[in-house]
Design a protein around this ligand. Structure first.
Ligand SMILES: C[S@@+](CC[C@H](N)C(=O)[O-])C[C@H]1O[C@@H](n2cnc3c(N)ncnc32)[C@H](O)[C@@H]1O
Length: 420
């Protein structure tokens, strides 16, 4: 039943098994994995820890316990578990791969490289390890080595989407446009429905550019990115949450925990600590469940919703005193729908604060562009005109540094507007 996805029936069976045999380690472990699928991570950790107590010395229990601890952001404990799994079984390649990912998430790129290199030498056809190694190389600016790992991986698993995706990112960072276009074209010929290939192919060729990134593309990007999101962005000197927080503080003055605030595209909740002092009620909305799971761990939101942000804001008329959105509207080209929904959900005098990436070309038409990395950038004048047309008073727009990308600064607009 568990394998067939009939999770509540499977849960009953595990419970029954544990009534009959409370210390059955396999039942404890598998029930723990089921709890992971149900998003009950704390309980899952407790359950798998009990499996380890009931039957010590099983490498896979330690590996899977490590995975749950990773998702709970308890990285030191996760590291211990992966290392224990490897001590118990030196062939446990999944634990080695996980350890490599963990080290790279901590910014220990040299250690991660060592673990993952050893792994791909041991098992050259292990595509996940090659993909993770390529990502370590991208993070450290060694782009041709990233390309090399992806190409080697694609020899053994030619249709591997993860490797293709990372290869596309490496080509993009290197500025190898022809190679990137060929990669995405071939990928689409084999798999015309692949949302990432379609999105990036449009970005490179200008063909069929969507007004905004599809929900499927956003989910695919962030569902897989959620686990390493915060450490990766810390590595990139990510500023958007602090910028939005400071702008709101400047507009509102002393915090009085009196406002209803929405965080659109809240992700893992990095903005929450800036917003909470002002909030009587703090609501986060995001398309990606794994991102929201991490936001929930912060215990700062009163409500978290999995939804498209425009639909969500439209469904809450006159509900908020402030709406913020950090580094999220870069997944929209056309901003009219967002601006109208923002106006609709805000009370009169409500504040809107957000960031977008800057499109410097003030002559560009349309006044936004889908860039080859997959995000959109916007002309300043377009942002201003769109907000005024939607019913906001003279927006203040400031040029800011948002974060680094491939060792180059990403410039953005920090926008503050008030409803009429
Ligand atoms: C780069 S992250 C930023 C997260 C957070 N605001 C921060 O600053 O850390 C962008 C987030 O926007 C979400 N997102 C993008 N488009 C969205 C949409 N149309 N509706 C809801 N969430 C969206 C993604 O799932 C992702 O979690």
């Amino acid at each position: 039943m568990h394998r067939a996805g009939r999770l509540s029936e499977a849960e009953q069976q595990y419970q029954q098994a544990l009534v009959l045999e409370p210390d059955n380690a396999d039942a404890l472990h598998l029930y723990g994995l089921l709890m992971v699928s149900l998003g009950r991570l704390e309980q899952a950790a407790g359950q798998i820890a009990r499996a380890i107590d009931a039957k010590p010395g099983v490498a896979i229990f330690h590996n899977n316990y490590g995975n749950v601890l990773m998702r709970l952001e308890r990285l030191d404990e996760a590291e211990q578990q992966y290392r224990q799994a490897i001590v118990l079984d030196s062939d446990r390649v999944d634990a080695m791969n996980n350890l490599g990912v963990l080290l790279s998430r901590r910014g220990q790129h040299a250690d991660a490289e060592k673990v993952l290199l050893r792994l791909v030498e041991l098992l050259p056809q292990f595509s996940d390890a090659r993909q993770n190694l390529a990502q370590v190389y991208i993070a450290t600016g060694r782009l041709s080595e990233a390309v090399d790992q992806c190409l080697k991986g694609l020899v053994t698993t030619p249709a591997n989407r993860g490797l293709r995706h990372v290869l596309g990112l490496a080509y993009g960072a290197l500025g190898w446009v022809d190679e990137a276009v060929e990669l995405y074209r071939n990928w689409l010929e084999e798999d015309p429905d692949d949302v990432r290939a379609r999105h990036h192919y449009s970005a490179y060729t200008g063909q069929g550019v969507p007004d905004r990134a599809s929900a499927a593309y956003v989910r695919m990007t962030f569902d897989t990115f959620a686990e390493g999101f915060e450490s990766k962005l810390a590595d990139l000197d990510y500023r958007a949450p602090a910028l939005v927080g400071q702008a709101l503080a400047k507009a509102l003055g002393e915090p009085r925990a009196a406002l209803r605030i929405a965080d659109a595209g809240c992700g893992t909740g990095l903005c929450a600590r800036f917003l909470k002092p002002y909030a009587r009620e703090l609501v986060g909305v995001d398309l990606s469940r794994p991102m929201l799971e991490r936001a929930a761990l912060k215990q700062l939101y009163d409500e978290l919703r999995q939804a498209d942000l425009v639909e969500f804001l439209q469904s809450r008329p006159d509900a908020f005193d402030a709406l913020i959105s950090a580094d999220t509207l870069c997944y929209f080209g056309v901003l009219d729908g967002f601006a109208a929904a923002a106006r609709h959900c805000l009370l009169p005098g409500g504040r809107l604060v957000f960031t977008v990436e800057a499109l410097d070309d003030e002559q560009a038409t349309p006044p936004w562009r889908l860039q080859t990395h997959g995000r959109y950038s916007h002309r300043r004048a377009y942002v201003e005109e769109t907000l005024i047309a939607a019913g906001f008073q003279a927006p203040e727009i400031q040029g800011v540094f948002l974060r680094n990308e491939s060792k180059k600064p990403v410039a953005g607009w920090l926008v503050i507007a008030t409803t009429c």
